[in-house]
Design a protein around this ligand. Structure first.
Ligand code: MCN
Ligand code: CUN
Length: 796
C-alpha cells in the first residue's frame, strides 16, 4: 500500500510509464531475472573447469597436530590437495583482512572457529571434491574455546590469537567517542536517569546466492580472471594485486549477477584465495561455491554487540544525554569492513535524531572462537546497532516518564533550522526535517485510534502493542580524507560515452546485488541528458571495463556513484552545448537547455536535440574551434559529506496469550531519502529491509553452544521470514534533499533494516508492559516472550 504525502492512499501508480529521467519505471534487469536468464557465478562453465571443496574444522578451538592427505590424493578424480603447511611454504597461509588484521587462508597452527578452512581439494567434479574431503585425516588437539564475550578478557581465558606476536589476551581494540566528563556532569544533574542492558545478537545476511568464485589463470599471458561474488570488485582486485604481487592489469575481477549481497560479499574470503591458488597450481579454471551451511557458519556475520545504554532527562521529558558501553564480539579474526578511521563503523551516530547536551560511548572489542566478519546485513556500518540502542533506550525513558513515545521523540528532535547539525560525537547531519515525517507516519497509522483500540483490547485480556522508532542514518562513504579501506580512498569514478546515434553507455565502479542499478543509473543520466533510460546501458562489475571505485555497501552507490553519474552527464552536456552553439550559429550564452535539447533563447524553432549533437560530435564537418570530436567524459567524485536519510516507523503487534507468538499486524514506514530517483525501486528496498527487520526482531540468531558449535548452520535452524510472517507494508515518504549531493539524493538501501527492529521490539515491549516488562532481547521468539511474560530471564 502506498501513501502520498498527507497520508492519503494513492491509486496504484502506473508502473509502465516511461519516465525520461526520475520516476516509477519497471526494472531493466528484470526480463533477464524473471526468465531465469541471470548469469551468476555458479552458472559459469569453462572448458576443463575443475571444482574446489574446502575441509572445515569441526572444533571451535584446537591445535592442528597433523594433516594426512594421502588417501585424498589417491582418489582417481582428485587433481590437487592443499593444506595450510603447503600454503605457508609459498607465504600464502595468511591474508590481510579489511581491518588490518590477518586471517588464515588455511589453518597452520590452530583452528580458531568451527567451520574454519583447514585444507582444500580440487577435483574433476563437485561430488568427487566433496567425497575426497572425507579422505583427509586431520588430528586435532582440542583447546578450551572462548564463546562468551563477557569472559573473553578474563585473565584465565585461553588466548585465541597466539599467532600475533606478543599477544597475551583476547583484546582487539578500545574505542571511545564523545565527552566522558561533560556527559557525567549532565547525568549528575538530571532529574531522571534510565539504564538498560541491551543485546543485539549475532545474525547473518544469508543472501539467496551463497559466496563463490571461478578463478582462471592463463599461464601464457600471465593474466588471472576471477569471477566472484563481490560487492567491491576494484578494491578486491587491488588487494589481490598486493597480496599476490601481480600487477593490476594482469588481474581482472568480474562480479556478474549477484543473488543478494547484504554485506556478506564485501570481505575477501579464504575460498576466493583458494580458488586462485587452485587455478595457479593446476593451470585450469577452478570453481568454488559454498553450500548453505558453509555460508551460515563461516562467512561474515553481523552485529553481536552487548550494550549498556543510559539516558538522562528532565522530568518534563527533555532528553539531556545518552551514554553507552559496548562489548563487541569480533570473532576469531577482525574481519570488519569499516573505514580505517572508524573501527566501530559509524556507531558514533548513537545520539540518534535528538538534540542532546552531551553523549559518550566507550567500546571494547574482543576476539572469540567464532567466525569473523562484523559488518554486514544492511548495517550502514553499525548504524543498525546505534539506532537500536538509542530507540530502545528512548522508549525505556518514555515508560519511566509515563509519556507517549511519539510525544517524547517529537519534543527532542533536532529542529529544521539547526541543520547542518553537528552531533555531540562530531557527525555533521547534512539536512533533515523530522517532525513532518513523524506526523505522516502517525497519520497513516491512525496512531490515536490505535492507542484507543489497545485500551479496549487490554480490557478484554488481549495483548496488543504499538511501537515507534525514528532514525537518522549516515550513508555514502567517503569523503576520501576521512574514509578508506586499507588505504584506498572512498571516491568513485564514472565514465559516460554517447554514441553517434545518441545511445549511451555509463560505466560504474559500484555493483548491484539486486538494488536495480541498471535501471536507476540509466535514469540519473536520462534526467540530466534527456536520453531515454532505455537507450542508456549501464556497465558495472568488471574491473577491465569500469573506472576505479570502492564498491557497493553502506548504501553508498546513490550518494557517491549516483552523484558521479549526474556530474559526468553534466560534463557531457557542457560539451554538447559547445557543439550546439556551432550547429545553431549562436553563442553559448544564447542557448537554453530543455531536457534533451538546446534551443536558442527567444527563437523556439531553432533547436538541436542531444541525439543531433551526438551525431555532429562524431560526424563529418567542422566542430567549433578547440572542441575535440566525440561526446564523452569521465570523473572521479569525492563526496563532501555523508548523506543523512531519516525515517519514522510505527509497528502494531498482537501476541497470542496461549503461545506467546508475536504477529506483526501492521507496519507503517515513512522514509525520507531526499530526491527519489525511482519510487518503485525505493519501495522494494524498503519492503525488503522491513522484512529483514521482522527476521532480526522475531526469528534470526546465530547461536553457539558452550563448546563453540554453531547451532544455526541451516535454514531450518536459522529462521528467515517469508511472505507469511510479514504484513502488507504501508509506506509513505517525505523529501528533504541533501544540500551537497548534485541531485539531492540520499541512500536508502539499508534504511528499513536499520529502522525496523527497534519499532518491532518497542511494540512487543509495549504489548507486554502490563506484565511489568521494560525490555526483552531479540529475537523475540515465542519461547523468549513466554518466559518474559512469566518474569523469567531470557533463555539462550
Ligand atoms: N534509490 C533511489 N533514490 C534514492 C536512493 C536510492 O531511487 N534517493 C535507488 C538506487 O538508485 C538503487 C537503490 O535505490 O537502485 C538502492 O540505492 P542506495 O541506497 O544507493 O544503496 P546501494 O545501491 O548502494 O545498495 C546497497 C545497500 C546495502 S549496503 C545493502 S546491505 C543491501 C541494500 O542495498 N543489499 C541488498 N539493498 C539490497 N537489495 C537487494 N535486492 N539485494 C541486496 O543484496
Ligand atoms: Cu553493512 S551491509 Mo551493506 O553495507 O553491504
Amino acid at each position: 500500500t502506498t501513501y502520498a504525502a498527507g497520508g492519503h492512499r494513492t491509486a496504484f501508480v502506473d508502473n509502465d510509464t516511461k519516465p525520461n529521467g526520475h520516476g516509477r519505471m519497471l526494472r531493466k534487469e528484470d526480463p533477464r531475472f524473471v526468465r531465469g536468464r541471470g548469469r551468476y557465478v555458479d552458472d559459469l562453465q569453462l572448458p576443463g573447469m575443475l571444482h574446489l571443496a574446502i575441509l572445515r574444522s569441526p572444533f571451535a578451538h584446537a591445535r592442528v597436530v597433523s594433516v594426512d592427505t594421502t588417501l585424498a590424493e589417491a582418489h582417481p578424480k582428485v587433481r590437487l590437495v592443499v593444506t595450510g603447511a603447503m600454503l605457508a611454504e609459498k607465504g600464502l597461509a595468511w591474508m590481510p583482512t579489511l581491518s588490518n588484521d590477518v586471517q588464515a587462508v588455511l589453518a597452520t597452527d590452530k583452528v580458531r572457529f568451527q567451520g574454519q578452512e583447514v585444507a582444500f581439494v580440487v577435483a574433476e567434479d563437485r561430488y568427487a571434491a566433496r567425497d575426497a574431503l572425507e579422505l583427509i585425516d586431520v588430528e586435532y588437539e582440542p583447546l578450551d574455546p572462548v564463546i562468551d564475550v563477557r569472559t573473553a578478557l578474563s585473565p584465565d581465558a585461553p588466548v585465541i590469537r597466539d599467532d600475533l606476536e606478543g599477544k597475551a589476551d583476547n583484546h582487539v581494540f578500545d574505542w571511545e567517542t564523545g565527552d566522558a566528563a561533560a556527559t557525567e556532569a549532565v547525568f549528575a544533574r538530571a532529574d531522571v536517569v534510565v539504564s538498560q542492558d541491551i543485546v543485539y545478537p549475532r545474525v547473518h545476511p544469508a543472501p539467496m546466492e551463497t559466496c563463490g568464485a571461478v578463478a582462471d589463470f592463463d599461464a601464457v599471458d600471465g593474466k588471472l580472471t576471477l569471477w566472484s561474488t563481490t560487492q567491491a570488485p576494484h578494491a578486491h582486485r587491488t588487494l589481490y594485486a598486493i597480496v599476490a604481487g601481480l600487477p593490476e592489469h594482469k588481474i581482472r575481477v568480474v562480479s556478474p549477477d549477484i543473488g543478494g549481497g547484504f554485506g556478506n560479499k564485501v570481505p575477501i574470503y579464504p575460498g576466493y584465495v583458494c580458488a586462485i591458488v587452485g587455478s595457479l597450481l593446476t593451470g585450469k579454471p577452478v570453481k568454488w561455491m559454498e553450500d548453505r551451511a558453509e555460508n551460515l557458519i563461516s562467512t561474515g556475520f553481523a552485529r553481536d554487540y552487548v550494550m549498556r545504554g543510559e539516558i538522562a532527562a528532565t522530568r518534563d521529558g527533555r532528553i539531556l544525554a545518552v551514554r553507552t558501553h559496548v562489548l563487541a564480539d569480533h570473532g576469531a579474526f577482525n574481519g570488519v569492513a569499516a573505514p580505517v578511521k572508524y573501527p566501530a563503523g559509524f556507531f558514533g551516530v548513537f545520539t540518534g535524531s535528538y538534540d542532546l547536551e552531551a553523549a559518550y560511548c566507550e567500546m571494547t572489542a574482543v576476539y572469540t572462537n567464532k567466525a569473523p566478519g562484523g559488518v554486514a546485513y544492511a548495517c550502514s556500518f553499525r548504524i543498525t546497532e546505534a539506532v537500536y540502542l538509542v530507540e530502545r533506550i528512548v522508549d525505556c525513558l518514555a515508560r519511566e516518564l509515563d509519556m507517549d513515545p511519539v510525544e517524547l521523540r517529537m519534543r527532542n528532535f533536532i529542529r529544521p533550522e539547526q541543520f547542518p547539525y553537528r552531533t555531540r560525537t562530531g557527525w555533521v547531519y547534512d539536512s533533515g526535517n523530522y517532525a513532518p515525517t513523524m506526523e505522516l507516519a502517525k497519520e497513516i497509522a491512525g496512531y490515536d485510534a490505535l492507542r484507543a483500540e489497545q485500551k479496549e483490547r487490554r480490557a478484554r485480556g488481549e495483548i496488543m502493542g504499538v511501537g515507534v522508532s525514528f532514525f537518522t542514518e549516515a550513508v555514502g562513504a567517503g569523503p576520501r580524507k576521512d574514509m578508506d579501506i586499507l588505504g584506498l580512498g572512498m571516491a568513485d569514478g564514472c565514465e559516460l560515452r554517447v554514441h553517434p546515434t545518441g545511445k549511451a553507455v555509463v560505466r560504474l565502479s559500484v555493483q548491484t546485488q539486486g538494488q536495480g542499478h541498471e535501471t536507476t543509473f540509466a535514469q540519473i543520466v536520462a534526467e540530466e541528458l534527456g536520453i531515454p533510460p532505455q537507450d542508456i546501458e549501464v556497465v558495472h562489475g568488471d574491473t577491465d571495463q569500469t573506472p576505479f571505485g570502492l564498491g557497493t555497501y553502506g548504501s553508498r552507490s546513490t550518494p557517491v556513484s549516483g552523484a558521479a553519474a549526474a556530474l559526468v552527464a553534466r560534463k557531457v552536456r557542457d560539451k554538447a552545448r559547445l557543439i550546439a552553439s556551432g550547429m545553431l550559429e549562436v553563442s553559448v550564452a544564447d542557448l537554453e537547455w530543455e531536457k534533451g535539447a538546446f534551443r536558442v533563447a527567444g527563437d523556439p524553432d531553432a533547436s538541436v536535440t542531444i541525439q543531433d549533437i551526438a551525431m555532429k560530435a562524431h560526424g563529418a564537418g567542422d566542430l567549433p574551434e578547440g572542441v575535440e570530436g566525440g561526446l564523452e567524459a569521465q570523473i572521479c567524485y569525492n563526496p563532501e559529506n555523508l548523506t543523512y536519510p531519516h525515517g519514522a516507523y510505527i509497528c502494531v503487534v498482537d501476541i497470542d496469550p496461549g503461545t506467546a507468538k508475536v504477529t506483526v499486524r501492521r507496519f507503517v514506514a515513512v522514509d525520507d531519502c531526499g530526491t527519489r530517483i525511482n519510487p518503485m525501486i525505493i519501495e522494494g528496498q524498503v519492503h525488503g529491509g522491513l522484512t529483514d527487520g521482522v527476521g532480526m526482531a522475531l526469528m534470526e540468531m546465530i547461536a553457539f553452544d558452550e563448546d563453540g558449535n554453531c547451532l544455526s548452520g541451516s535454514l531450518m535452524d536459522y529462521l528467515i521470514p517469508t511472505a507469511l510472517e510479514v504484513p502488507d507494508w504501508e509506506t509513505g515518504f517525505t523529501v528533504t534533499p541533501s544540500p551537497h549531493h548534485p541531485i539531492g539524493a540520499k541512500g536508502v538501501g539499508e534504511s528499513a533494516t536499520v529502522g525496523s527492529p527497534p519499532a518491532i521490539v518497542n511494540a512487543v515491549v509495549d504489548a507486554l508492559s502490563p506484565f511489568g516488562i521494560r525490555h526483552a532481547d531479540m529475537p523475540l521468539t515465542p519461547s523468549r516472550v513466554w518466559e518474559a511474560m512469566r518474569g523469567r530471564p531470557t533463555p539462550p
